[in-house]
Design a protein around this ligand. Structure first.
Ligand code: NAP
Length: 285
């Protein structure tokens, strides 16, 4: 099998490259511009891969509010171009989506059957990206994930555990949001699960995350505890971190469709985090 990974030097893309090893062909932003149909058609036509995994995105949620044109261009038109080119070559399309497609009004984990209702421009562009992928290529996997961190830092510049470690060592007090609940997900685990899934013919929409859920505050607390970093952790107030984009208060994802395939769910977010910290920092500081 030949797997074309777009965004291959990104956070998830790097782990996918490691997971698929010699089956993988990596394209960075230097090799492909997904907003340009010609660039996409040439690349996919040239490689004629069995599967295209698109990890490329414009996903700085607050910046997206100010630049809807770029947001929809990368996240929606990019998805359109890729799905269209894949249909020509008969390749499967994997589109990476997000928990931000939901509005957070639910109080139990969202399943794939729940209605999407994004609160921000980023989420809206991802819903549209999902939709064009479904329309253009029936051989698709829409994969919604959440709170990613990995050994290759996101192109956004930081990941949450690393930031907590850096700030926790520097400051006596740390404030972190307690009223947003998610499932932190290690990109190594996610990429391994993506591999298992795309090797099947079970096309469709999937929630893929580590298991369990927590608030950003709980996530920070666990990082600091595992690393034995002493700082005074406090819940942030509503005015501590004013944000342009509204975010769902609750976006844990139930991996229901994955269970239906018979593929095993991922380990708990706590076990995944411990593995990440041990690999990256050798455990406790
Ligand atoms: N990070 C999270 O917490 C999170 C949560 C839920 C869902 N997701 C989704 O998961 C996916 C992977 O996220 P990530 O954190 O791995 O992203 P990332 O580290 O920012 O990597 C994205 C990659 O895409 C490339 N890229 C961006 N725009 C492009 C374009 N127009 N044409 C071609 N390549 C382009 C980037 O290259 P340059 O940097 O050189 O432009 C980078 O290599 C994204 O679809 C994101 O929406 C992320």
């Amino acid at each position: 099998m030949k797997i074309l990974i777009i965004g291959s030097n990104g956070q998830l893309g790097s782990d996918l490259m490691n997971t698929f090893q010699n089956q993988a062909i990596g394209y960075t932003h230097k090799d492909i511009e997904i907003t340009n149909l010609d660039s996409v058609t040439k690349a996919i036509g040239h490689e004629a891969p069995d599967i295209v995994i698109n990890t490329a995105a414009y996903h700085n949620t607050d910046e997206c509010e100010d630049d809807p044109e770029k947001t929809f261009s990368v996240n929606t038109i990019g998805a359109y171009n890729i799905a269209k080119a894949c249909r020509k070559t008969g390749s499967k399309t994997v589109y990476i989506s997000t928990d931000y497609v939901f509005d957070g009004s639910k109080k139990t984990p969202y399943t794939e059957e729940d209605t999407v209702n994004p609160l921000n421009i980023y989420g809206a562009s991802k819903v549209a990206g999902e939709q064009v992928t479904r329309i253009l290529n029936p051989r698709h996997y829409i994969i919604r994930c959440s709170g990613l961190y990995g050994l290759t830092t996101s192109r956004k510049g930081h990941n949450f555990p690393d930031l907590m470690i850096k700030l926790g060592k520097k400051r006596d007090e740390l404030k972190v949001v307690k009223d947003e609940v998610l499932t932190p997900t290690y990109t190594k685990d996610l990429s391994e699960k993506i591999k298992e899934l795309v090797e099947t013919e079970y096309h469709g929409t999937y929630h893929l995350t580590n298991t369990g859920f927590c608030s950003w505050y709980d996530f920070a607390e666990k990082v600091l505890e595992e690393m034995e970093i002493q700082t005074n952790l406090k819940p942030a107030g509503p005015d501590d971190f004013p944000k342009k984009a509204a975010r769902p208060k609750y976006s844990a994802l139930d991996n229901k469709n994955l269970r239906k395939t018979g593929i095993k769910e991922m380990r708990s977010w706590q076990d995944a985090l411990r593995d990440y910290l041990t690999t990256k920092y050798g455990g406790k500081e």
